[in-house]
Design a protein around this ligand. Structure first.
Ligand code: NAD
Ligand code: UDP
Ligand code: UDP
Length: 322
């Protein structure tokens, strides 16, 4: 067993953050979860609240934070388009000021720091699948820019603190990840389709449904993040983390209908502005540097995620099918 560490997880009450806190506590570490509860909630970490090694701090990362830790996972930032576009200025501040504060903290306490970056840094890509050396195609003034450019600037800050202050950094570029604990109103495609299917409501495919994404199950992704944090100091990334198996949104809609046995029909709604047409990670670097690749096929991960949402129906959090 490795030595117990004090680990800070920002955004720790969110979807990915809550699984990460659970995993790190399971390995015997002390975990401080910092969150402003914008999209996260205490409920996501309710099973951890009795653990004496777990601490939850309500705090907005755009303000300075003084704690003593050995490692920092910086996940704070709304990730779903409807949530990050709700207050776009706050989204950019969260990525940029949040990164500056967490890097300043890492510098003061000499902590190792990992940034949850995103495939959105590639924008609507001309290179397929996306490799880490691709610089991306992002519209800097569109409605997605607060997220995409905020995350790009955060990467810049990480690499400047690395060059200038010799910080130990890790930058993970996370591709679409799904699983239990996504909010029913999260707005991202997998939770939308499952909730709609369970309620026999129309499945809302945006545009033609021919756009693609590659979906990674949460357990696989968390394993990739933890492995990346454990790499030698020479490994900074960026490293793509995601499942390279690519689906169109129409294929996804049909798979969700099949797995839920739903009577839903598929309807088409307008495609959001700047919606990337295709996305698939090249995970050669993750395989080489982390000996990591995802294990969970979409069908298997969907079955587990559907079971979670069915639980919300039976416990009254979600309306049952009409
Ligand atoms: P999420 O919205 O469930 O989690 C984000 C968490 O950050 C929430 O708990 C929220 O309350 C908190 N937060 C937001 N702004 C904050 C602030 N200013 N101060 C403190 N806390 C704040 O989303 P998620 O899917 O768990 O994503 C976690 C991280 O992973 C994000 O940084 C996201 O950009 C990144 N990411 C996720 C995906 C994915 O598919 N899930 C893909 C790429 C990148
Ligand atoms: N910071 C923080 N916690 C710390 C140390 C610094 O939140 O433990 C913040 C600090 O408020 C500053 C930012 O991190 O705004 C960047 O810190 P750095 O030392 O790099 O820059 P400086 O303080 O010189 O501007
Ligand atoms: N999408 C859809 N119906 C929905 C929600 C999303 O067809 O109800 C599409 C969306 O237009 C995009 C894809 O699904 O092409 C993935 O969207 P999501 O918001 O999950 O992630 P992102 O676009 O950030 O990758």
């Amino acid at each position: 067993m490795q030595q117990a560490k004090r680990i800070l997880v920002t955004g720790g009450a969110g979807f990915l953050g809550s699984f990460l806190c659970e995993r790190l506590l399971g390995e015997g570490h002390e975990v401080a979860c910092v969150d402003n509860f914008f999209t996260g909630s205490r409920k996501n970490v309710s099973s951890l609240l009795d653990n004496r090694s777990f601490e939850i701090i309500r705090h907005d990362v755009t303000f300075p934070l003084y704690v003593e830790v050995d490692e920092i996972y910086n996940l704070a930032c709304p990730a779903s388009p409807i949530h990050y576009q709700f207050d776009p200025v706050q989204t950019t501040k969260t990525s940029v000021h949040g990164a500056i504060n967490m890097l300043g903290l890492a510098k003061r306490v000499r902590a190792k720091i990992l940034q949850a970056s995103t495939s959105e840094v590639y924008g609507d890509p001309e290179i397929h699948p996306q490799t880490e050396d691709y610089w991306g195609r992002v519209n800097p003034i569109g409605p997605r820019a607060c997220y995409d450019e905020g995350k790009r600037c955060a990467e810049t800050l990480f690499f400047d603190y690395w060059r200038q202050h010799k910080l130990r950094i890790k930058v993970a570029r996370i591709f679409n990840t799904y699983g239990p604990r996504m909010r029913p109103d999260d707005g991202r495609v997998i939770s939308n389709f499952i909730v709609q299917a369970l309620q026999n409501e129309p499945i809302t495919v945006y545009g033609t449904g021919q756009q693609t994404r590659s979906f990674c199950y949460v357990d696989d992704l968390i394993d990739g993040l933890v492995r990346m944090m454990q790499t030698d100091d020479g490994v900074t990334g960026p490293i793509n983390l995601g499942n390279p198996v690519e689906f169109t949104m129409l294929e996804l809609a049909n798979l969700v209908i099949e797995l839920t046995g739903s009577r839903s029909r598929i309807i088409s709604l307008p495609l959001p502005i700047d919606d990337p047409r295709q996305r698939q990670p090249d995970i050669g670097t993750a395989l080489r540097e982390l000996n990591w690749e995802p294990r969970t096929a979409l069908r298997d991960g969907l079955v587990k995620t559907i079971a979670y949402f069915e639980g919300l129906v039976s416990s009254g959090y979600l309306r049952p099918a009409a």
